[in-house]
Design a protein around this ligand. Structure first.
Ligand code: HSE
Length: 414
């Protein structure tokens, strides 16, 4: 029989999601979970909750023996790690949505959970309301995962949708994403692809059991995109999406990268609009599956936090099963991908590291090439981080993969 404990919550943060959880819990009495204290940084702000709930002293929560759950929803990743580790050391269960903090401290957080035999849940950290982590943990426990690819950042998808469908200017679209509560308080994390990288790092742990330093994942956000790229996409019938990819390429190797990508209309990712997220999971037995839902915003994120809180009533814990299977994967960048690279006439780029160039276009203003390149060579190319050069990957078209396989084969033979 599962337990149905009463939960007394100490909440850290009363921002978009913190306030959402407060409101949702008030409307969900069946959950038997109540917030006892809320720790905030700026007491001067007007808040829509009784003043006696608030404190600025974290110890009012961390050392209150009646509090048996801590919900951490603050912005500062370092302060969040201090709070979470202090709670776990005291064997208090924690729910968090802090992707940056979790991605950075995955190994230590796992040790803390094991040493203290305590739950640490963070479904809201990846894909907002979509249950990705619990699916990877439970449903895909025994099935061999071949790939994970998807849209895991709501803000960038919102911006790309608004630019594409309404011709909105980038800055206006970003402002809207901020006003709607989708963006990080430092939106550079969204638009530069770092938030997606952090989420992919967490996925890699639950899908493959690997602990990766997020900073080493090849990535590019949407800030480099040029208006002519959208024209190319429209002509070819593609949508541009920021796609996070993880792929198992052999018994011990994984590739992972986040790049703006051309998605064709045969892909489920093609029609994902606004702040929605969607991920495709490729596995040996189930083949391809698609998970879809709102990836950002107050209530979708609160939904995932609430689900974690509810799971604590029966002491649910992630078991990190893939970490303990005995299979060990390493991240490799020795993998070919097909990319479109566009640049201004004057910035003519060095193409020597391409394995093959399929298409070249020159005009008085903007040039582009389409070609096949190794991820490591792409990342090391001196133009990869030039702000006037955009790099867009082609997502998984069948011909692409066949062609790349053929080239890989030829390279091995040489
Ligand atoms: N800034 C994030 C996003 C919030 O836009 O997806 C949800 O993780």
């Amino acid at each position: 029989m599962t337990q149905n404990k009463e939960l007394t919550i100490g909440l850290f943060g009363f921002g978009v999601v913190g306030e959402g959880i407060y409101k949702v819990l008030q409307q969900t009495p069946t959950l038997k979970a109540k917030i006892k204290k809320i720790c905030i940084k700026h007491p001067e702000k007007l808040r829509d909750a009784p003043a006696e709930l608030f404190t600025t002293n974290r110890n009012d929560i961390l050392f209150d023996s009646t509090i048996n759950v801590i919900v951490e929803l603050i912005d500062d990743a370092d302060a969040a790690f201090e709070i979470v580790s202090s709670a776990l050391k005291q064997k208090i269960a924690v729910v968090s949505a802090n992707k940056k903090m979790i991605a950075k401290h995955l190994a230590e957080l796992l040790t803390l959970q094991q040493e203290n035999n305590v739950s640490f849940l963070y479904e809201a950290a990846v894909g907002g309301s979509i249950p990705i982590i619990r699916n990877l943990e439970e449903y895909y426990d025994n099935d061999l995962l071949n790939s994970f690819s998807g849209i895991v950042n709501g803000s960038t998808n919102y911006i790309l949708t608004k630019i594409n469908e309404e011709g909105l200017d980038y800055n206006k679209a970003l402002l809207q994403a901020q006003e709607l509560g989708f963006a990080e308080s430092n939106p550079a994390l969204d638009v530069e692809g770092i938030d997606a990288v952090n989420k992919l790092t967490i996925v890699l742990k639950h899908a493959y059991g690997v602990t990766v330093n997020a900073e080493t994942i090849t990535h590019k956000g949407i800030t480099f995109l040029h208006s002519d790229d959208a024209k190319y996409a429209a002509e070819k019938g593609y949508n541009i999406k920021l796609v996070a990819n993880a792929k198992r390429i052999s018994d011990d190797k994984i590739v992972a990268f986040v790049l703006p990508s051309f998605v064709d209309s045969t892909s489920q990712l093609f029609n994902i609009r606004n702040e929605y997220n969607g991920v495709l999971i490729g596995s040996k037995l189930a083949d391809e599956q698609f998970l879809y839902g709102k990836g950002a915003g107050r209530y979708p994120t609160s939904s995932a936090v609430l689900s974690d809180i509810a799971a604590l009533r029966y002491d649910y814990r992630y078991e990190y099963k893939k970490t303990f299977t005995g299979l060990t994967y390493n991240l490799t960048k020795d993998y070919l991908i097909r990319v479109f690279v566009s640049f201004n006439q004057k910035d003519n780029i060095d193409t020597s590291s391409f394995v093959e160039i399929e298409e070249t276009y020159k005009s008085s203003k903007r040039n582009y090439i389409v070609g096949i390149i190794k991820i490591s060579d792409l990342e090391n190319a001196n133009w990869f981080n030039n702000k006037d050069v955009s790099t867009i990957a082609f997502s998984t078209e069948v011909e692409n993969q066949l062609k790349i396989k053929k080239l890989e084969h030829e390279l091995v033979e040489e």
